[in-house]
Structure formats: structure tokens, C-alpha cells
Write a new protein. Structure first.
Length: 155
């Protein structure tokens, strides 16, 4: 299967998870492209005028996995800006993951997944998997492994 992993990652954590997920999916025989949304300068939570530089295309993938950090208990504005400009996800199945620092799903994890799910559904996608990676020292590796295992088990 031809799979796209599209992430925004300010400090590299989300990209690292995407990269490990790509490796696991490739081991299963899939063709995987990992693409990173980039922006001009810095985007602070609440910014309205985020300028995208690298704008990954969604065409051509049979399945897409979107990843983003949680910022200010919400979807990072860079990823929000990117997702909102995607022309269509009509008929596609997508999966989602977020990385975050604080423990508990209610410190932005669930809300961010909900925000991403809404945009994807509004663009015509059906959402299959949703995962949260907690980047604090204790549970990081455990939650990365769970995220990768659950998302890759769909393929
Ligand atoms: C501006 C900003 C706001 C953040 N807000 C939250 C938050 O509300 N909840 C949380 O758990 N982590 C929060 N974090 C931590 C990031 O979500 C976490 O470090 C994430 O793994 C970073 O991913 P990245 O390296 O891909 O950018 C915030 C980080 C930044 C820079």
C-alpha cells in the first residue's frame, strides 16, 4: 500500500515518531513517504497568519497518517493551517497521532485529536486510528510503541 505520513513538528518529537512508524510500515512491505509541514518563522498558539512553506500534497496516497504536537491544549496552529488548506480528503481513510508533554489525555490530547478529526471529516475522510504519545520521561517509550503498534496494525 502507498502510505503518506504527514507531520508538523516544531522540535522534532512528532517527526521522530513518524519516522519510526515509517520504518515499521516499510518492514511490512508498504511504500511510505514521510513529509513534514514547515512554516515561515515561529507560530505561537493563537496566531492567525501562519505562512506555510512546505505544503505536503495528499494526492496519490491510499492512506494518510497525520501527526502533530499539542500546543496550548489544542491543535498546533501550523498543522491546523495546513489541514484547512488541503483541498479534499474525499474517500480517504486517515489515521491521527499527537505528541504532547503533559500527562493525561485532558491536557490537550483528546481535544487536539477531536480538532483534527473534525477537519479531516469535513474534507471527506473517514478517521480510523487515533493515538496519543506522552513525551514525559516515564511513559514516552511505552506510548510511542503503543502508538506505532496500533497504527501499523491497521495495514
Ligand atoms: C507553544 C507550546 C505549547 C505547548 N502546549 C502543550 C499542551 O498544552 N499540552 C501538552 O501536553 N504539551 C504541550 N506542549 C509540549 C509539546 O506538545 C510536546 O513537547 C511535543 O511532543 C512537541 O512535539 P514536536 O517536537 O513535534 O514539536 C507545548 C509545546 C509548545 C512549544
Amino acid at each position: 500500500m502507498n502510505i503518506g505520513i504527514i507531520v508538523y513538528s516544531k522540535t522534532g518529537n512528532t517527526f521522530e515518531v513518524g519516522s519510526r512508524l515509517k520504518g515499521v510500515l516499510e518492514q511490512k512491505g508498504h511504500s511510505v513517504n514521510l513529509d513534514r509541514v514547515t512554516i515561515e518563522g515561529e507560530a505561537k498558539p493563537g496566531d492567525k497568519d501562519v505562512k506555510l512553506i512546505n505544503i505536503p500534497l495528499v494526492d496519490g496516497y491510499e492512506r494518510i497518517i497525520f501527526g502533530t504536537p499539542v500546543q496550548a491544549f489544542s491543535l498546533a496552529v501550523a498543522m491546523e493551517t495546513y489541514l484547512k488548506q488541503v483541498p479534499t480528503l474525499g474517500g480517504k481513510e486517515v489515521s491521527l497521532f499527537v505528541t504532547k508533554h503533559l500527562p493525561f489525555v485532558w491536557t490537550g490530547g483528546k481535544r487536539t485529536l477531536g480538532q483534527m478529526e473534525k477537519v479531516c471529516k469535513d474534507k471527506g475522510a473517514s478517521v480510523r486510528g487515533k493515538e496519543i504519545v506522552f513525551w514525559n520521561e516515564k511513559s514516552r517509550e511505552e506510548t510511542i510503541k503503543k502508538c506505532i503498534a496500533n497504527l501499523s496494525s491497521q495495514f
